[in-house]
Design a protein around this ligand. Structure first.
Ligand code: ADP
Ligand code: MG
Ligand code: ZN
Length: 486
């Protein structure tokens, strides 16, 4: 039986979080929360005679992305009209880029489940504008909201280098992570500000010829992207095995049934009658501009991960977890810069802070604990004012009250008991109160030792210095004294 391999290329559309729209001064508003048609003007409503003006900030955001995706930025940029009629597109054309896109020939490395790295080519990154949003009513009518019309939109088109639904997911997640790092997109798929459309075909394994592709839409989560792609691969293979042919078309993903269905038979580029936008001059981008934007790029996740491992000696896993989100990474780096062992800080964040953040459903930017607060807590442990277990309790209280560690330790009297005389007296008292256990221990029942430690901790509400308790117990249990009376 013929073995097939899947070939997948992704088109990603990402709205840019600029303050104003791509070609007019209207605010970019939340498409879910803002009242419909309140951020519109004659330009983005497509009134005759209105002239577009290019949003410089949007161009810079787009340049950031193109550079972060290792693209070559083209100096000479042309906007084009993509003509088609639809009620969400009042001009009946979308201003986009066609022959001369902003960025070309990029790449992105993704990590596969096997642990290997795979390079995915990026064909182009271009600027365009979003359309309005249609809402279809049950009675058959439709509503249109033009708040989104003219919002700056970036299209990122990969080479057909992806081979499975899982790879598609890994690639799309990494693109989203970078957009979030760059501060140009929230990555919110539910709100539709980050949309992924895979082009999928299959071919006999080893063949160099591309099969007929379908394009998949309506994917509103990474899970749907992986599942929808896998479904489509299996469907196409089944069609071919049956002796049929794949039809080039756009298919939708049915979220409830978890299957794909025909939406429309694919239009070709010629159908759009692309031509250069006569109302916009060419956009010239010189080297100085490119280099300035490049210099302002933040350190990106892969570079951070490598540095955390080399400079701080973190494990690959810990480095990845901390670099996942820029805000977390920067929080961690601030703590390290205040001065404490990076590995200890990493452990506190990953094991304890994240658990509290989960419990309280708060992100790193919302919590009341500052990097400085955490470092102070760690110092109280290292100078033996409190032990590790107490520190965890203190952290939980810091989280809810926002108080510094020192204040909590003092007001609740949590400081560790490290005074030798105090502990010696206390232990002697415990031995006096439990003569039978003492005799049993001395007759060889070694496991009672843990029980004695427990008694000491109970009596001190867990505040005894554990190392000191151990030392004293060794002395006192092994050398009968007057007190123990045996
Ligand atoms: P358009 O969809 O506008 O025609 P392209 O032809 O450039 O644009 O392709 C869009 C995406 O589809 C790209 O990511 C590309 O890698 C991918 N692609 C093109 N042909 C195939 C194919 N036969 N199988 C799978 N992916 C493909
Ligand atoms: Mg397409
Ligand atoms: Zn407008």
């Amino acid at each position: 039986m013929t073995q097939y391999e899947a070939v997948i290329g992704l088109e990603i559309h990402a709205e840019l979080m600029t303050r104003s729209k791509m070609f007019c001064g209207c605010r970019v508003v939340d498409s879910v929360e803002a009242p419909p048609n309140t951020a519109v003007c004659p330009v983005c409503l497509g009134m005759p005679g209105m002239l577009p003006v290019i949003n410089r900030q949007a161009v810079e955001y787009a340049m950031r992305v193109a550079l972060a995706l290792n693209c070559t930025i083209q100096h000479h940029n042309i906007f084009a009209r993509k003509n088609y009629f639809y009620p969400d597109l009042p001009k009946a054309y979308q201003i986009s880029q066609y022959e001369l896109p902003l960025g070309v020939n990029g790449w992105l490395d993704i990590e596969l489940d096997s642990g290997e790295t795979k390079r995915i080519g990026i064909r182009r990154v271009h600027m365009e504008e979003d359309t309005g949003k249609l809402t279809h009513l049950e009675d058959g009518g439709s509503l249109v909201d033009y708040n989104r019309s003219g919002v700056p939109l970036l299209e990122i088109v990969s080479e057909p280098d992806i081979r499975s639904g899982e790879e598609a997911r890994a690639y799309a997640m990494k693109v989203r992570q970078i957009l979030r790092y760059l501060g140009v997109n929230s990555g919110d798929m539910e709100k539709g500000v980050f949309r992924v459309e895979p082009n999928i075909s299959v071919r006999p394994a080893g063949s160099q010829i591309l099969g007929t592709r379908t394009e998949l839409k309506n994917l509103n989560s990474f899970r749907s992207l992986a599942e929808g792609t896998a479904y489509e691969i299996a469907r196409q293979i089944a069609v071919l095995r049956d002796g049929g042919q794949v039809v080039q078309e756009t298919r939708g993903w049915h979220e409830g049934r978890r299957e794909t269905f025909t939406q429309r038979v694919k239009e070709e580029a010629e159908d759009y009658r692309y031509f250069p936008e006569p109302d916009l001059p060419p956009l010239e981008i010189d080297n100085a501009w490119i280099e300035r934007v490049r210099a302002e790029l933040p350190e990106l996740p892969d570079a951070k991960i490598a540095r955390y491992r080399a400079e701080y000696g973190l494990t690959e896993y810990d480095a990845r977890v901390l670099a996942e989100e820029r805000a977390v990474a920067e929080w961690f780096e601030t703590a390290v810069s205040i001065g404490s062992d990076p590995k200890t800080i990493a452990n506190w964040i990953i094991n304890d802070l994240f658990r509290l953040m989960n419990e309280h459903k708060q992100s790193i930017t919302e919590i009341r604990i500052s990097p400085h607060n955490l470092v102070e807590l760690i110092q109280l442990v290292s100078n033996q004012t409190i032990n590790n277990n107490t520190a965890k309790e203190v952290l939980a209280e810091m989280f809810t009250t926002g108080q510094p560690a020192q204040t909590i330790v003092q007001s609740r009297g949590l400081a560790q008991i490290s005074d030798e005389t105090t502990l010696r007296n206390l232990i002697n008292q415990i031995l006096v109160n439990h003569p039978e256990e003492v005799i049993a221990y001395r007759n060889g029942k070694q496991q009672l030792r843990g029980w004695f430690v427990g008694q000491v901790m109970k009596a001190t509400r867990g505040q005894a210095n554990p190392a000191l308790v151990n030392k004293l117990l060794t002395q006192l249990l092994n050398t009968p004294s007057d007190n123990t009376n045996t």
